[in-house]
Design a binder for this molecule. Structure first.
Ligand code: 2NE
Length: 260
C-alpha cells in the first residue's frame, strides 16, 4: 500500500508510524485510518519488529481525532461512519507487539482514544489531553469511553467525556492516562529507551501478556461495532451537525434546544 497520510520508519527494531498531516493537527480522514491499519498490521506481524511507536508529525499535535473538514454527516472513507476507526482500534489491540503512543502536543478526541488504547503513552511536558465529542456532535462508543473508565476510573472518565476539559501532561500522568512525562527535547530518547527495554524481554511472554490483558475488554470491541451504527444515526441529526458546523465556524455550539 502506498502511504500518503503516514510515515513508516524502522529504528533499532521499532516501527515508528507517524500520522503526517500536521496542517490538520494530524486529524485522521478515511485514508489515514486505512493506512494506519495497514502499517500496524505490517509491523505487528514482522518478526524483526519488537515494538510499534505511534506518533504525530510536527510539534503541535499527536492527533486531534476525526478530520472535521472531511465530515458532513459522514466522514470521507469506508465503514459505518466513513472512518474505519473501530478497525484501527482493534488492530492496535490485536497485534502481538506493544504499541507506544509518543505524545508531543494535543491528544484530543479520537487522538486521545488512540493513546488510551495503546499499551503505553509517553508524553512531553507540552502534551495536552482531552475529549471533545459532546462539544462537536460526536462520541466514541467503544474503547474511547468504556475502556477509558478502566484506565482512569469511572468518575474521571465521565468527567473527561461530559465536560470536555483539557488536561496537561502532569495531570494525565496523575490519573494514569500516561506512563511517563519528560522534557520536550527528551521525548524521542525516552521513547527509544522504553523500546530498547521492551526488546530485551521475551517477545512471546509479552504477546501472551498482551492477549491476557485484552481478554476482559473484548466486549468493548463489540460495543464499538454496534455503537458505530448509533453514531451514524446521530451524525444524521441536526444536533450533531450543529456541533460540526460550530467547530468549523469557530463559535460555541447551540445545543440547548436539543435537550432530552
Ligand atoms: C486541538 C484543539 C484543542 C486546538 O485548539 P486551538 O484553539 O489551539 O486551535 P484551533 O484554532 O482550534 O485549531 C487550529 C487549526 O487546526 C484545525 C482547526 O480547524 C484550525 O484550522 P485553521 O483555522 O488554522 O485552518 N483542526 C484542529 N483539529 C482538527 C480536526 N480534528 N479536524 C480538522 N481540523 C482540525 C482544537 O482544534 C480541537 O478541539 N480540535 C478537535 C476537533 C474535533 O472535533 N475532533 C474530532 C472529534 S470526533 C472523533 O475524533 C471521532 C472519534 O473519536 C470516533 C469516531 C468518530 C470520530
Amino acid at each position: 500500500m502506498q502511504y500518503d497520510d503516514i510515515l513508516y520508519e524502522v529504528r533499532n527494531g521499532a516501527a515508528w508510524i507517524t500520522i503526517n498531516r500536521p496542517e490538520k493537527m494530524n486529524a485522521f480522514r478515511g485514508r489515514t485510518c486505512d493506512e494506519l491499519i495497514h502499517a500496524i498490521q505490517r509491523a505487528g506481524y514482522t518478526r524483526e519488529i519488537g515494538v510499534i511507536v505511534l506518533a504525530g508529525a510536527g510539534d503541535k499535535a499527536f492527533c486531534t481525532g476525526g478530520d472535521q473538514s472531511a465530515h458532513e454527516g459522514q466522514y470521507d472513507g469506508r465503514g459505518t461512519i466513513g472512518l474505519p476507526v473501530e478497525e484501527l482500534h482493534n488492530a492496535i489491540r490485536d497485534v502481538p507487539k506493544p504499541v507506544i503512543a509518543r505524545v508531543q502536543g494535543y491528544a484530543i478526541g479520537g487522538g486521545n482514544v488512540l493513546c488510551t488504547i495503546c499499551d503505553f503513552t509517553i508524553a512531553s511536558e507540552k502534551a495536552v489531553f482531552g475529549q471533545v465529542g459532546p462539544k462537536v456532535g460526536s462520541v466514541d462508543p467503544g474503547f474511547g469511553t468504556a475502556f477509558l473508565a478502566r484506565v482512569v476510573g469511572e468518575k474521571k472518565a465521565r468527567e473527561i467525556w461530559y465536560l470536555c476539559r483539557r488536561y496537561p501532561a502532569a495531570e494525565a500522568l496523575s490519573m494514569g492516562l500516561v506512563n511517563a512525562v519528560v522534557p520536550h527535547d527528551q521525548l524521542d530518547a525516552e521513547v527509544q529507551k522504553w523500546c530498547d527495554e521492551i526488546m530485551e524481554r521475551s517477545p512471546t511472554a509479552i504477546a501472551i501478556a498482551k492477549r491476557s490483558f485484552n481478554m476482559d475488554t473484548a466486549h468493548q470491541a463489540g460495543i464499538a461495532g454496534m455503537g458505530m451504527y448509533a453514531l451514524k444515526l446521530y451524525y444524521d441529526t441536526e444536533e450533531s451537525r450543529e456541533g460540526v458546523r460550530a467547530f468549523q465556524e469557530k463559535r460555541p455550539p447551540e445545543f440547548r434546544k436539543y435537550a432530552k
